[in-house]
Write a protein that binds this ligand. Sequence first.
Ligand SMILES: NC(=O)c1ccc[n+]([C@@H]2O[C@H](COP(=O)([O-])OP(=O)(O)OC[C@H]3O[C@@H](n4cnc5c(N)ncnc54)[C@H](OP(=O)(O)O)[C@@H]3O)[C@@H](O)[C@H]2O)c1
Length: 282
Amino acid sequence: MFAIMNGRKGCDFMKYLKMNNGLSIPILGTGTNTFGKEDNDFNGKITYDTKELQSAMKLGYRLIDTAIYYRNEAVIGKAVQESNIDRKEFFITTKIPEGKEFTKNNDQVTYYVEKSLEELKVDYIDLYLIHFPLETNEENLRVWRVLESFVDDGKIKSIGVSNFSEEQLGYIIKHSRIKPALNQFQSYPGKHQQSLIDFCKANDVIPEAYQSLTKVDNSTKKKLTEIGKVYDKTWSQVILNYQVNQGLVVIPKSHNEQHRYENIDVFDFTLTKEEIDTIKEM
Ligand SMILES: NC(=O)c1ccc[n+]([C@@H]2O[C@H](COP(=O)([O-])OP(=O)(O)OC[C@H]3O[C@@H](n4cnc5c(N)ncnc54)[C@H](OP(=O)(O)O)[C@@H]3O)[C@@H](O)[C@H]2O)c1
């Protein structure tokens, strides 16, 4: 189990986890896959509108989760520059897609990592992930070794994976020089992926949940709403509180200011063991 530490300068209520390389990661951040896009549509035209990111930053979000696949790294870079917040306070995650166009040889991987740095307008990236596993473990490892060389150069601080199974993650752990710091995967009440969470923790890899909220069905929301009433919290706050206390990093995304506020206001209540067990069984 990872030790949860209290916040530091700029965002006093935020909690951090220590990764296996000694660096810390905010336990809660914002997803961005539809930010800076026309009609908040994943496939929408990039608008470079940073209003929602600015609002998230004001509320205290410092971890920002993007990806080459989202086409909005430049929007995140612009928002960070406009924020007047010290770059060092941010924790920026991006991801290289698994597709051949991006990964067919080491030069391509290098090209796209350099492009991420350029689009984000930063001289280092906090966390770089392989977005989805490639076709074989050997291929994953080949891309991984390029990412390791960027860590050696100081252009990436930490590296990890996303959507990797226990077997795929285990292979990287076994054969890599720099161990994966984190695995980002879908996790929510209804599909916790408990075995993968346990595998990550047993191997000192931080589990990070995506789509904590959007996939939850209505009957589950109803039960979570009941649990939340005692604490004056919403179903979404109950989920996020549960996940962070299980040692997962979470990255809820919202286009609604009230929801963004709620989603970061999840550290001031403690679920009972019974409630935790009930949610775990969902
Ligand atoms: N690694 C991967 O393969 C992968 C895949 C998918 C996503 N991701 C990352 O994970 C992030 C989160 O996933 P996601 O954006 O798909 O889903 P999400 O964060 O689980 O949920 C977003 C949805 O939930 C609603 N919502 C947010 N806060 C709420 C609240 N407090 N109350 C009620 N509804 C709320 C939002 O609507 P409103 O806008 O109306 O609030 C939106 O419809 C993404 O943005 C992306 O960065 C990674």
